[in-house]
Design a binder for this molecule. Structure first.
Ligand code: DGY
Length: 322
């Protein structure tokens, strides 16, 4: 019996590719080539499923050109790289990897929050540049994290994990979300209080973005929102590029209209706006919030589990189609 054929669009852990190869005829990408749209479409001809990552654009056009496809299994919780409506119309199952990355991503949000508020990377650059000549009362003064008000936009499982960690810093948590979350979850999330977006922007000392990208979430933080924030506030984005208007953020950071930002994601990444590199009040990381060894491995195995289930019994655990 011939095995179903699958494409793995980017390099992934070799043992996960071997696992898939026990079930399928796998075309892998060990050199991690970045396929153009036409190459992707070409490679997907005759394939039954595709293992994707956030950098694989499964647009309506690509989907329409790949009639043999039955499943798209994304190695990420975010899925803005896939046109779910087009896939659903084509009868293609789409899956993601929720939950396995919540805690690791929340850890990293805190790494960025602390680094941004306390100017950790800026201090290191300053020291490496030989500028440390003497102790001064006002060297690299930052903002306090303990006792401050943490504002979280997007109170899903990652937002809640970020909020739980704030207990150790004696913080007050306010949040904004599509809807208020259940009271027992608010209680676990350091008694987080639901507020309007306007109140959050006006009163939070540190704002963390943890919402999924959708067209409605595009530029959730733009010029008007940045102007509404405290000038001493920090902004952390571990969600998706496009949720923040990067051009407006650059203008605001340059004018010190907010204290600092910590960004793990960017519009048009990895070709982010080079103006960020000219600013000292921003901490920049390359989309690594979920990048611990165990978590990335768990994500890869979760995507593989979804793919195996999709092509065997048709019931993968993490279906995204409505
Ligand atoms: C996700 O899972 O959506 C992450 O952003 C991938 O690193």
């Amino acid at each position: 019996m011939t095995k179903p054929r699958i494409l793995v669009t980017r390099a992934v852990f070799p043992d996960v590719v071997e696992r898939l190869a026990q079930h399928f005829d796998v075309e892998a990408n060990p050199n991690d080539d970045i396929y153009s749209k036409d190459e992707l479409v070409g490679k997907l001809q005759g394939k039954d499923a595709v293992f994707t990552t956030p950098s694989s654009s499964m647009t309506a056009e690509v989907i329409a050109a790949c009639p043999s496809l039955k499943a798209i299994c994304n190695m990420a919780v975010g899925f803005n790289n896939i046109d779910i409506a087009a896939a659903t119309r084509a009868g293609i199952v789409v899956t993601n990897t929720p939950d396995v990355l919540n805690e690791t991503t929340a850890d990293f949000a805190w790494a960025l929050l602390l680094a941004t508020a306390r100017r950790v990377t800026e201090s290191e650059h300053w020291l490496r540049a030989g500028k440390w000549q003497k102790w001064r009362y006002d060297t690299l003064l930052g903002a306090d994290v303990h006792g401050a008000t943490l504002g979280i936009i997007g109170m899903g499982r990652i937002g809640q994990a970020i909020a739980r960690r704030s207990m150790g810093f004696d913080m007050q948590v306010i949040y904004h979300n599509r809807s208020k979350v259940a009271e027992h979850l608010e209680a676990r999330a350091n008694n987080a209080r639901y507020v309007s977006k306007e109140e959050l922007l006006r009163t939070a000392d540190h704002i963390v973005l943890a919402l999924p990208y959708s067209p409605e979430a595009h530029h959730t933080i733009g010029a008007a929102e940045l102007a509404a924030m405290k000038p001493t506030a920090t902004l952390i984005n571990i969600a998706r590029g496009g949720i923040v208007d990067d051009a407006a953020l650059i203008v605001a950071l340059r004018a010190n209209r907010l204290a600092a930002a910590g960004l793990d994601v960017f519009e048009n990444e990895p070709a982010f706006d080079p103006a960020f590199l000219t600013l000292s009040n921003v901490v920049l990381t390359p989309h690594i919030a979920s990048a611990s060894e165990p978590t990335r491995r768990a994500m890869a195995n979760c995507a593989a589990d979804n793919l195996i289930a999709a092509l065997t019994d048709g019931t993968p655990p993490n279906i995204l189609n409505p």
